[in-house]
Design a binder for this molecule. Structure first.
Ligand SMILES: Nc1nc2c(ncn2[C@@H]2O[C@H](COP(=O)(O)OP(=O)(O)O)[C@@H](O)[C@H]2O)c(=O)[nH]1
Ligand SMILES: [Mg+2]
Length: 311
């Protein structure tokens, strides 16, 4: 354990890999590792990259990594894909697309599946972020699919979130999808080599006119496959980061992140205790049969834990 933690803090790849395995799989030692590592986190730049499947997120991430390496920065990547527990295909694809960095010690790429979570972010993902952070990665990229609740929660902890869009997927549908406007710090209109890129940019602009946010999202055109627009995008990302810092939003984001983490643990701990009591499935059935309201169901479950509801 001593070697593992000191190796991790020194940025050793093998220690990091081992620690990730322990944390990801809830193996013995997880708690101690996180306890030792947590005070050494908070230095990495967290960058969220999200968007619909096939938008080119992994291709873009790959090019962003190359660019960051050129600036001398070390990079950790977490590719989260909810479909992977079933297919495994997306994860393999991400590995292949980022393979050019496989031999580079300054880059560590990990694919993770989101655990299905009702209303909370996958806390194992955040724990792995802490490990990357403590291991000294300068930038941690979190690639997530779509904008489901998990993704929204994950990108909420990022300093900067890039939403990747592509022409031809039904522009207004993409734009109006719940959450996109709230989470995007930067838009990357990828596959700008395709027809309709200008139209998408214009529609985004029109939408942004109506948004009242402290920092207006910038729009960048990229062709990830050819590396076009990546330099501008990376510059835009860091410019956004500086603006966030200057505006004092960093402290707000840190509190939000801490709260999200707490919520994830609260949810897990309560669910674990409730489901271990027995009777949970029966209450689900009764609520489904409309014999119980969800609220009464929760009260019964809480009573089982010895938590009385106040009137
Ligand atoms: N024409 C074009 N194809 C791209 C571009 N970026 C990515 N692609 C292709 O789109 C497909 C999906 O890319 P991928 O990075 O796996 O998307 P992800 O699912 O969002 O991670 C791949 O076949 C890429 O080669 C681009 O800028 N232009
Ligand atoms: Mg991908």
């Amino acid at each position: 354990m001593e070697d593992l933690v000191s190796g991790l803090l020194a940025g050793k790849v093998r220690s990091l890999a081992k620690a990730i395995t322990i944390v990801e799989n809830d193996l013995p030692g997880k708690r101690e590792i996180l306890q030792r590592v947590y005070p050494r986190t908070g230095n990495a730049y967290l960058l969220g990259i999200t968007g619909p499947p096939g938008a080119g997120k992994s291709t873009l991430t790959d090019k962003v990594i190359a660019h960051l390496r050129g600036r001398g920065k070390t990079v950790g990547v977490i590719a989260v894909d909810p479909s992977s527990p079933f297919s495994g295909g997306a994860i393999l694809g991400d590995r292949i697309r980022m393979q050019q960095h496989a031999l580079d010690d300054g880059v560590f790429i990990r694919s993770m599946a989101t655990r299905s979570h009702l209303g909370g972010l996958a806390k194992n993902t955040v724990d792995v972020i802490h490990l990357f952070d403590a291991a000294g990665k300068d930038v941690i990229i979190i690639e997530t699919v779509g904008v489901g609740q998990d993704e929204v929660d994950i990108v909420r902890i990022a300093q900067t979130t890039v939403v990747v869009m592509v022409p031809g997927l039904g522009d207004s549908v993409q734009i109006s999808k719940a959450g996109v406007m709230e989470i995007a710090d930067i838009f990357a209109v990828n596959k700008a080599d395709r027809d309709g890129a200008e139209k998408l940019v214009n529609e985004l602009r029109a939408m942004l006119e109506m948004v009242k946010s402290e920092i207006k999202p910038e729009i960048f055109r990229t062709v990830a496959t050819d590396g076009v627009g990546i330099e501008e995008l990376v510059a835009g990302i860091f410019a956004h980061g500086r603006r966030v810092e200057e505006s004092g939003l960093v402290a707000k984001k840190r509190c939000l992140q801490a709260e999200n983490e707490l919520k994830a643990y609260i949810y897990d701990m309560i669910m674990e205790r409730i489901t271990s009591l027995g009777g949970y499935d029966e209450i689900v059935r009764q609520v489904a049969a409309k014999k119980l309201t969800p609220m009464t169901g929760v009260e019964k479950l809480f009573a089982g834990l010895g938590i009385a509801q106040e009137e």
